[in-house]
Design a protein around this ligand. Sequence first.
Ligand code: FE2
Length: 462
Amino acid sequence: MRTHHDPRGLPITGLNPAQIERYERLLHELYAYRSGVQARLDDLLREAPGFVLGHVLRGYAVMTDGLRSGLPEAQRFLDLSQRLAATANERERLHIYALKMWIEGRGAARLQALEDILARWPLDVLAYRQLTAMLFWHGDKRRQLAVAMQAIPHWQPSTAGYALTLAPLAFALEEDGRYALAEDYAQLALSFNPTDLWALHALVHVHEMQGRASEGEAAINAVAGKLKEFNLFRGHLWWHLSLFLLSQNKIDAVLDVFDREVFPTPSSFYLDLQNAASLLARLEIQGVDVGDRWDTVAHACEQTLGQHLVVFTGPHQVMALARTGRKQALAQALQGFNDDGQAGMEQAQTGSAVAAAVALYYQRAYRPFLNLMRVMRFEAASLGASYAQQDIYFQLMVDAALQVDDLPLARSLLKERLAKHFTDATEWLRYIDMTHRIEQAHDPKVLRGFLRAGLLQQPPAC
Ligand SMILES: [Fe+2]
C-alpha cells in the first residue's frame, strides 16, 4: 500500500488521504475534549486495520483513563500495533514503544521516547500533546514548559494544526508563573476554537492564580451550555467554576454546581474523585455543612480501591475514606499505596506518604499531620497536578495549624502559599500588602478566609 502523509508532511501508515483527513479531525476533537472521539476512531480502525498510529492512540486513550483494570485492553491495542510494526515507519515504532513503556509503568522511558520523536519530528502533534499531558501528572512543570518551548518555533500560523500547539504552551506558561504570556496564548488558541477546553482551562488557571474570580466565572459560564458535548474533563472546569464561586462566598451556588456537575452521579474517574474530594474539603474548611456528600464520594472510592494509576488521586481517596470513617477501606487503601511504593512504582513512595499524612488530618491528629506534611509540602508537587490542585495540601495544613491554635504557623503557611504567584512589580506590591494583612489577622475565621479567596485576592467578608 502506498504511504500517504498528514497535512504536516509526516508519513502515516495504513490510511488513504480521505482517512487521513478524518484522523486529522479526530485529533482536533480529541484535544478539545469532545465526546465520542474513541468511537469514531474505532470506526476508522475497522475500515483501516493497518492504521498503526490508530491502534497506538486507542492504547493511549485506555491508559489515559488511569485504571489498572484497563491494562489488558491497552495491551490488546499494543499487540495490534506491534503486529503492524514491520509496516510502520520509525516515528510510528517510537510511538509503539512509548505505549509499551506506559503499560509497563516505565514513565521515564515513555517520556523520553516521546521527546525523541519531537526532537526529530517536531511537527508530530500527537507526540507533542501526549508528552505535555503526561508531564502534567509527572509533576515536572519546568520540563512541560521546556517541551512546549522547544517545539513551538517549528510551527507557523499557516502550519496545519497550529491551534493544537497553543493550549499546552499557554498552560505550561501559566504553571511557570508567566501569567500575561499564558493568557495571550490561551486567548490565541480560543480565537481558533472558542471551545478548546484545554485553552480555556489554561485561561481560567490564570484567573485563579491572579484572583480574578469574576472573570473566571464569566469565562466558564460563556461555554457552560455546551459543556455536555465534551468528555469527562468538563467536570474539572466545573470544579474551577466552584472555586471562583467559593472565593466570592457564593456557597449555595458551589453546592449546586457540585450536585449538578462536579459529582452528579457516582464516578470512579480519577479526575472526578479529585475534584469532588478537594472541593468538599475546601468547603468544610470554610465551615460549610456539606451534608452526606462525602459518603457518595467515599462509596465511589471504595469501588476502585487499588485501581488508580494516577498517584495524585490516592490522597483524595484517602480524604473521603478517612472523613467517613471507613476504617477497613482506608487501611486497605494505605496498604495498597505502601505496597506500590515498595514495589518501586514511580511516584508511589511520595504518594503513599502524602496519603498517610492526609489520613491523619481526617483522624483529627492535626499535629502529627503537620509534622509529616510540612516536611513533604514541596516534594508532594512531584505527584503532579496544577498549583491550584496542589493547593489542597496548603488548605489542609493551614486548617490543621488553626485547629491546634498555632496561628503563627498558619500565617507562615498562608504567606508561603502566596509567595510563588507574583511575577512583576505590581503583583509584588500586592503580595507584600497581603502578607501584612495576614500578619494582622488574629481571628481563625479571617485566616481561613485567605484560603477561600483566590490567590492575591482580598478575601471577601465572611
Ligand atoms: Fe485545572
